[in-house]
Design a protein around this ligand. Structure first.
Ligand code: 1HE
Length: 249
């Protein structure tokens, strides 16, 4: 983990095991995203080595009974909840294997950038298990129940460009260009008003799961709070007086 101005880089570092996620690693992610240092405005999660992550460390699975399995899955939920609903927007920078629990981590992030080597799969079906890190809730929102079922039933693997076409990733870049792209996006995100980023990461997903009536009133409330912030007033003045960037600049 290292901080570069207001951006926090969080590396998954277990390359000899293809960044398979053991208990220590998932707890480490929870701790990191529970204590984002002051001044950080965006985080980037990436994998060190040839892959983003080979998913759950299968060597830890064999001696777990049902109760331990339940608590283990809930531990993943807690950690990934900290990523999705922590204090900063999070970008997943993906390459190589993004499978099983690795894809679950990527799904909890707000933006996904994939290098061309990235491939996406849910081998749980072949391993005789089921997803336990939140994929059954988060992935259908990105790609639909039908595509997720296909991945699990048939072992289908999506390459980076296919993943972009089905809405699983937001950006595909050439090999080794992921860090440049992720940093460029992180800087843009960090330059937004804090209250707007809060509304996007904390409120938008809740509105999307609400009924129309509840969603609309929540939208009005958060819009009212965001526009009231001093920073919003300043940004509007900057635009009106020709000091702000135009759309697309
Ligand atoms: C592992 C794991 C792992 C590698 N747990 N040890 N995930 C999977 O079913 C994916 C399983 N892994 C693979 O299919 C391949 O390893 C990869 C395609 C990701 C990479 O292949 P490759 O050729 O680069 O590496 P490798 O030779 O297969 O693996 C290198 C070492 O990492 C080897 O150990 P070694 O001691 O023999 O050197 C592998 O055993 C080890 N390794 N992946 C443990 N996953 C919250 S629930 C989520 C449920 C899931 O995530 S299920 C999906 C699990």
């Amino acid at each position: 983990m290292h901080q570069e101005e207001d951006i926090l880089w969080v590396g998954i570092h277990r390359p000899a095991k293809r960044n398979a996620i053991n208990d220590a690693l998932i707890q480490g992610l929870e701790e990191t995203f529970s204590q984002i240092p002051d001044g950080v405005k965006c985080a980037i999660i990436y994998g060190i080595g040839e892959h983003f992550s080979a998913g759950l460390d299968l060597s830890e699975l064999s001696d777990r009974d049902a109760v331990a399995g339940l608590h283990h899955s809930r531990m993943w939920h807690k950690a990934l909840d900290r990523i999705q609903f922590g204090t900063v927007p999070v970008i997943a920078l993906l390459h190589g294997a993004v499978v099983g629990g690795g894809l679950e981590i990527a799904s909890a992030c707000h933006i996904r950038v994939a290098e061309k080597s990235a491939f996406f799969a849910l081998p749980e079906g072949q391993r005789g298990i089921f997803v336990g890190g939140g994929a059954s809730v988060r992935l259908p929102k990105l790609i639909g129940v039908s595509r997720m079922s296909d991945m699990m039933l048939t072992g289908r693997v999506f390459r980076a460009e296919e993943a972009e076409n089905i809405g699983l990733v937001n950006y595909v870049v050439e090999e080794s260009q992921g860090k440049v792209k992720a940093l460029e996006l992180a800087k843009r995100i960090a330059s937004n008003a804090g209250m707007t980023n809060y509304a996007i990461t904390q409120v938008l997903p809740r509105i999307a799961e609400s009924s129309q009536e509840q969603g609309l009133i929540t939208e009005s409330l958060i819009a009212a709070i965001a526009q009231d912030a001093g920073e919003a007033k300043q940004r509007l003045q900057d635009f009106l007086q020709g000091r702000a960037k135009k759309v697309g600049e």
